[in-house]
Design a protein around this ligand. Structure first.
Ligand SMILES: C[S@@+](CC[C@H](N)C(=O)[O-])C[C@H]1O[C@@H](n2cnc3c(N)ncnc32)[C@H](O)[C@@H]1O
Length: 192
C-alpha cells in the first residue's frame, strides 16, 4: 500500500488542482445534475471533477489514496471558497455509506470490488457518472494492466441494477481517429 501511495504522490506532485480537466462524460451531461445536494468524486486525484461539481452548487466529498493530491485539492478549495471535503483514504467498500450521495463520479479508476458499494451509496434517483479505460484500444497508450481496463460493455453489466441513462463505447469501429476511443462512458440512475 505504501508503494501505491508513493506512486500516486509522485505523479500528483507534477501538476496542480485547477490544471486538470473535468471528465468528458460529466462535462457533456452537466445538464443532468441536480441544482443542490451531495456529490462524491471517488479516486478524485487532483479533483477536477470535485471542483466542477462544487462550482455547480453541490456539497462535495472527494476521496483519494494520495495525500499529495488531497492536500492540493484542500488548499484549492479553501482559496476558491468551494464546498469540498477532501479526505485521504484507501477506498474499500466500507468507505462508502449507504444512501449518502445524489451524484457519484468516477473517472479513470476501476476497482470492481467497489461496484455494489457505489450503487448502495447512491440516494434514490441518484446519478452515477463513470468514465474509464477499455481493453480495446485504438492507440497503444497506458494503462496496460487488464485488471484496470474494461471489457466490452462491462460498465453496463457492472451497473445493471441501475437504469442506464447514457452509454458510449466506440471500440474500434469506423474512423479510429474520431469518436471516443480507449475509454467508455456511462451514466446510470438509481431508480425503483
Ligand atoms: C488515473 S488517476 C484518476 C484521478 C481522477 N479521477 C481523474 O480522472 O483525473 C487514479 C486515482 O486513483 C487513486 N487511487 C488508486 N488506488 C486507490 C485506492 N485504492 N483508494 C483510493 N484512491 C486510489 C490514485 O491516487 C489516483 O489519484
Amino acid at each position: 500500500m505504501t508503494y501505491l501511495i508513493d506512486k500516486w504522490n509522485a505523479l500528483h506532485s507534477q501538476s496542480n488542482t485547477g490544471d486538470d480537466r473535468v471528465t468528458a462524460v460529466l462535462n457533456e451531461h452537466a445538464f443532468l445534475l441536480p441544482q443542490t445536494g451531495s456529490a462524491l468524486d471517488l479516486a478524485c486525484g487532483l479533483g477536477g471533477n470535485a471542483v466542477f461539481l462544487a462550482r455547480h452548487g453541490l456539497a462535495v466529498t472527494a476521496l483519494d489514496i494520495s495525500s499529495v493530491a488531497i492536500n492540493k485539492l484542500t488548499r484549492y478549495a479553501a482559496e476558491h471558497k468551494l464546498t469540498i471535503n477532501a479526505d485521504q483514504q484507501h477506498i474499500t467498500p466500507e468507505s462508502l455509506k449507504a444512501n449518502r450521495f445524489d451524484v457519484i463520479v468516477v473517472s479513470r479508476f476501476l476497482d470492481r470490488t467497489l461496484m455494489n458499494a457505489i450503487i448502495d451509496a447512491l440516494k434514490p434517483n441518484g446519478l452515477l457518472f463513470y468514465q474509464t479505460f477499455t481493453r480495446e484500444k485504438a492507440t497503444d497508450t497506458p494503462p496496460h494492466n487488464p485488471d484496470y481496463l474494461l471489457a466490452s460493455n462491462e460498465l453496463l453489466a457492472l451497473f445493471a441494477p441501475l437504469t442506464a441513462v447514457f452509454y458510449q463505447e466506440n471500440a474500434l469501429i469506423g474512423q479510429q481517429q474520431r469518436g471516443l476511443r480507449n475509454e467508455a462512458q456511462y451514466i446510470g440512475q438509481k431508480t425503483g
